[in-house]
Design a protein around this ligand. Structure first.
Ligand code: ADP
Length: 285
């Protein structure tokens, strides 16, 4: 069977990559969050009092029309900016009052980012791209390579570690970006329109990876304007005019893995099986 998410050669996915500790505890708590931008003398109220909690292990879609405050909200929970008013606890730490340097540390240690445009270095191999976030972590080259290999295997790219981004499909490039986001074992994965540049089949492939990681305990918050994509998550939060309009469970989430298998032509099933075997034999050396 073809699977976009492969475990390691032992069949066990190591918890060091997917941070699933403290399942059920809140990873995000925001209380009465406001953000006001100033255009000259004119205030722009981008967020007008957002309060919500995201428990560890949730998969949340953030939706809403353009200008509703989604990016502002993601910038705040991604520790890229500070609120004008209100508090934000990330993994139990009050990050809304941290200094710029404190925010940068929290961001690097606790959050993995996945972007619409993949943001890979075009001249670096998949392996090197995934190693990058660990460069400043004080790990030896050998440890970095081991973790990068593990993360790439986890997203089904064990056989393509030496490929440049240009030698990979869009879905595979996004998988490299997902692997890169995981190597520091983040408490939270923030994905900003991760399928925005992908066709619908490839979007399902990427959603299958995210669903599988979430099933292993990874907390994911994903911004999307596509209602179809939100159907693969388990909770839909809708913004309007800087306020929370709706916060509702996705009652019967779609199964991206099953849909992806159904869409995959039989010859790529064979190729995928062969690459999985290659993958496993590499990993066992
Ligand atoms: P969305 O991501 O849902 O499209 P945004 O968070 O980007 O919404 O924007 C919310 C509101 O804040 C919009 O009215 C937008 O024009 C305004 N805004 C966003 N960023 C800035 C900024 N840096 N300076 C001024 N206004 C901004």
């Amino acid at each position: 069977m073809t699977s976009p998410l492969h475990s390691t050669s032992s069949g066990v996915v190591t918890p060091r990559i997917v941070n699933a500790d403290n399942h059920g505890k809140p990873v995000i708590v925001v209380h009465n969050l406001h953000k006001t931008y100033w255009l000259g003398q004119t205030p722009v109220h981008a967020l007008r009092g957002i309060s919500l909690e995201v428990s560890r292990g949730e998969f949340v879609a953030v939706m809403g029309p353009s200008g509703s405050g989604k990016s502002t909200f993601m910038n705040l929970i991604g520790c890229l900016d500070r609120p004008t008013q209100g508090d934000y606890w990330l993994d139990g730490k009050l990050v809304s009052r941290m200094s710029t340097q404190g925010l940068a540390i929290a961001r690097n240690r606790l959050i993995g980012f996945v972007f619409q445009g993949f943001n890979l270095l075009s001249r670096a191999s998949a392996m090197h791209n995934v190693e990058l976030p660990m460069i400043y972590g004080g790990l030896t080259k050998e440890m970095r390579e081991r973790r990068a290999r593990q993360a790439l295997q986890l997203v089904g790219l064990g056989a393509r570690m030496d490929h440049l981004p240009s030698q990979l499909s869009g879905g595979q490039q996004q998988r490299v970006a997902i692997a890169r986001s995981l190597v520091n074992s983040p408490s939270l994965l923030l994905a900003d329109e991760p399928t925005g540049n992908l066709d619908s089949r490839t979007s399902i492939e990427v959603m299958a990876i995210l669903q599988a990681l979430n099933q292993q305990g990874l907390t994911i918050v994903l911004v999307t304007h596509e209602p179809d994509i939100a159907e693969y998550t388990s909770r839909r939060v809708t913004f309007r005019d800087g306020r929370l309009l709706r916060d509702e469970p996705v009652l019967n989430p779609r199964d991206a893995q099953a849909e992806w298998v159904a869409l995959t032509p039989p010859d790529s099933v064979k190729t995928s099986k062969a690459s999985k075997e290659r993958n496993n034999s590499h990993a066992s050396h």
